[in-house]
Every structure is written in structure tokens, then in C-alpha cells.
Design a protein around this ligand. Structure first.
Ligand code: SF4
Length: 431
């Protein structure tokens, strides 16, 4: 079997869940050069480009694995089901609304029993088999908002949350299988619990995970900067909750934010960032910004630059606005030419790089715990790789006589910044 996911971390979290589900049925991942009998793709359709990439991947898989049964799920399978169903080679479509039952549906529809599969392996291995140590855990799906550039809200539907005990049990299983770090993932993570009754929200979920599991490192996936639980900042007093937040602001201009129908004003975002920095030591705030939204003036753009300068983001994911058919923004007047988008992207990229380097340099001299994701190779003096608790990349230096392995939690001294790779240089701290 081969599994592919495109797009967001939620797609990745679902894919990991499918890998475990198939594994529990004795269906393991095919080796890279092995012909597969089953191919499952979690597609993305967030932009026209993402649609093009999803379709290209389906064609490539059909070429490379002509004997495989092809199962297509995700946002493209949901938004363009009819055209995909007509496509040769697609054996089964599973829409987003059904995807949590994908393994069951595929087993029933494609009579999986026929496949010669290897013996069942413990739960965590699927991730390790893919060379990964950090598990994405889906806790929420769907979104009640209608940002004008966003197609996800249509593809993913209404908000629905995985009950707290189910999430706790899933994380316990992962931890028992050796996973030490998990990332809670959703479409509108802040909306967690909106369908589960008054007392349940993201704060309650995080609290339960920290109290009822032994997971060493808990991270939050992308989080819209609103609908945050009342006790949000207090949760970070627990050192197992990692001090990194990805808060998509999208623009620094109040006028553009209104045209985007965003629920967080620029001044409210600045206040949120300030409060977070005051309450959580070493908090790293990263974000998404769209450049060139329809009607964005030079003054609007200056507001965005000013906000980015003021916050000093650890990283900015930059997107040149591209009209997505089916969204309101795609029909807005004053669509901007590509050269303006390119110029704005270049300008903000330079600012973002300055902020990032300043944040990296501010870590020098600290002693932090890093999850080793790739071990250093002593023989070739090749550094290993991992992330600090506040999600900054570290080049882990080899230490003669002190072997390190993937998934080790290592205390490292942060000695410098490797300007070439933009990573912190981490040296094993003396015990
Ligand atoms: S909050 Fe806005 S951008 Fe985020 S998923 Fe919902 S509609 Fe899309």
C-alpha cells in the first residue's frame, strides 16, 4: 500500500490515522520500489495550483503503479467528485464527510482481504516506518466562518470535534508505541468543542491531555487568532505544552481584513501577540500572510509591513493571492497584477528573514530540550536535526562517544546560528 497526502497538516493527521488503521488490518506500507496493490491519496484543493498538483499526483501514481487500486479522498474528491469519478483509474472516492471511516469503506468496497499483506505491527511504527517522530492528531474538522478567500470551509463542512476521551486514548496509544511529540490538528482548532456542549473547548482538551497522558511534548497546529479559550495562556504554565503558536493574521490592514471577512482585527492581533509574549516565556509566534489581496492599496500593504515589523514573527508563510473559483474573493473587483504581488512578497520576505534571524540569535546561550528527528553522523561530522520547544530548527552536532538516535530527547546548549542553513547550532549539554 502507498499513502500520499497533499496540503495541510490535517490531511497528514488523517493519513497517519489511515496508516494505523490499515496496519491493524495487516496491510503495511509498500517499500519505495515495491509495486503497490493499493494507493490512497488525501488531496488538497485550497488553490488552483493545489488542484493541479493533486491531479498530477494521481496521474503519476497510475503510471508508476498500474496494478494498484486508486482511492482518492480529501478536498478535491469532495469539491470535484463528479469529474474525478469520471476519470479513468480512480477506483473509489471518499468525500471529506466520510474520510474518518476511509479504512472501513475501502476494506468493504475493495474487498481488501485479497491482498497479500505483512503481519500487523504495533501502532507507532507506521510513523517511524516513514522516518517521522512527530505525530499529527486530528481533533477537529470543519469551520463555521466564511473568510472570502477560503474554499476549505466549503470542502470541510460544519465544525465537528473528536470527543476528549477519544483524543486522550489516541495519544496514550501513540505514546505507548514510542511517540513523544504530538501536534493537535484541525481546520478551526479554536472551534474545538463547539459541537460538544458548554464545558468542552480547546482549553479543556489540552488540560485533559496534559493530565491524563504522559506525552512529553504537546504542540498546537495552526490556530485562528480568535475563539481562544479563557484559560489559554495559563495552559502554557505546563512545560509539556510547547511555546509555539501559528496564528494566521493574513493582513495587517483593517480594510483588507474586513474584505477578507476575518474575525480578528489587526489591533486585536497585536494585543494578542503582546499578551502571549508577556505570559509565555520564549513564545515563538509564526503566521500566514496573503500579499496582493484584491483592492489592497500601498497604504494597506504598509500596514501589513508595520504589523509584521511590530510582532517580529519567528516565521511568515507568505502567499501571493490567487483567485480560487468558488470563493467570494475571486469575484471581487480590483484584482492586482502579478508584478505587484511579487514586489510585495519580496519586500515582506526580507523583513521576515530579518525577524527570524533576530529570534534565532536571541536563543544563543540557552540550554533546551530537543527531540532528535535525525541523528548526527559522527563519521562524516554531519549534524543531526531537531526542533527547540518553541519550534526553531537545530543542527545537532555529533559528540564523540555519546551516541544519539532519532526520537531521543536531548538537552543541548545553543551555541550559535549557522547562517548558511538558518539553523541553531546545538551541542549536547554536559549532564
Ligand atoms: S477561519 Fe476562515 S480561513 Fe480558516 S478555515 Fe475558516 S473560513 Fe477558512
Amino acid at each position: 500500500m502507498i499513502l500520499h497526502s497533499l496540503g495541510c497538516r490535517l490531511n497528514e493527521a488523517e493519513l497517519e490515522e489511515w496508516a494505523r488503521g490499515f496496519q491493524a488490518r495487516g496491510i503495511a506500507l509498500a517499500a519505495p520500489d515495491e509495486p503497490a496493490a493499493l494507493a490512497v491519496v488525501n488531496t488538497c484543493a485550497v488553490t488552483e495550483e493545489a488542484v493541479r498538483k493533486s491531479r498530477k499526483l494521481l496521474r503519476r501514481l497510475q503510471r508508476e503503479h498500474p496494478g494498484a487500486r486508486l482511492v482518492v479522498s480529501g478536498c478535491l474528491a469532495t469539491l470535484e467528485a463528479e469529474s474525478l469519478a469520471r476519470e479513468a483509474g480512480v477506483d473509489l472516492l471518499v468525500a471529506n464527510a466520510e474520510k474518518d471511516r476511509l479504512v472501513e469503506i475501502v476494506s468493504a468496497e475493495l474487498d481488501l482481504a485479497l491482498m497479500p499483506e505483512s503481519a500487523t505491527e504495533p501502532a507507532g511504527d507506521a510513523l517511524f516506518a516513514r522516518g517521522r517522530q512527530r505525530a499529527f492528531v486530528k481533533v477537529q474538522d470543519g469551520c463555521r466562518y466564511q473568510c472570502t478567500f477560503c474554499i476549505t470551509t466549503r470542502a470541510r463542512g460544519a465544525e465537528r470535534s473528536r470527543p476528549v476521551p477519544e483524543v486522550v486514548a489516541a495519544i496514550r496509544r501513540l505514546n505507548a508505541a514510542g511517540i513523544r511529540e504530538v501536534v493537535l490538528s484541525g481546520v478551526h482548532l479554536g472551534g474545538y468543542g463547539s459541537d460538544l456542549g458548554e464545558a468542552v473547548d480547546l482549553g479543556a482538551l489540552i488540560g485533559a491531555i496534559l493530565a491524563e497522558t504522559d506525552i512529553e511534548r504537546l504542540r498546537l497546529g495552526s490556530l485562528e487568532p480568535w475563539d481562544l479559550p479563557a484559560n489559554f495562556w495559563a495552559l502554557f504554565e505546563n512545560p509539556r505544552l510547547m511555546p509555539h503558536l501559528h496564528l494566521p493574521v493574513q493582513s495587517g490592514s483593517e480594510r483588507v481584513l474586513r474584505r477578507m471577512a476575518r474575525r480578528c482585527r489587526a489591533d486585536a492581533f497585536l494585543a494578542l501577540a503582546d499578551e502571549g509574549r508577556a505570559r509565555v516565556a520564549g513564545l515563538n509566534i509564526t503566521t500566514d500572510i496573503i500579499a496582493g489581496f484584491p483592492g489592497e492599496t500601498d497604504d494597506d500593504w504598509r500596514d501589513t509591513l508595520a504589523l509584521a515589523e511590530q510582532v517580529g514573527f519567528g516565521q511568515i508563510h507568505l502567499f501571493a493571492y490567487s483567485p480560487r473559483a468558488g470563493t467570494r474573493a475571486a469575484t471581487l473587483p480590483d484584482q492586482l497584477p502579478p508584478e505587484i504581488k511579487r514586489a510585495r512578497i519580496a519586500e515582506l520576505q526580507a523583513l521576515a528573514e530579518r525577524s527570524r534571524r533576530a529570534l534565532l540569535r536571541a536563543q544563543i546561550g540557552q540550554r533546551v530540550e530537543v527531540l532528535c528527528e535525525r541523528a548526527p553522523e559522527g563519521s562524516s561530522a554531519t549534524p543531526g536535526a531537531g526542533y527547540t520547544p518553541n519550534y526553531l530548527p537545530v543542527a545537532i552536532q555529533p559528540a564523540p562517544g555519546r551516541p544519539m538516535a532519532p526520537n531521543d530527547l536531548l538537552w543541548l546548549g545553543l551555541q550559535d546560528v549557522d547562517e548558511a542553513s538558518g539553523r541553531l547550532i546545538g551541542v549536547l549539554a554536559s549532564d
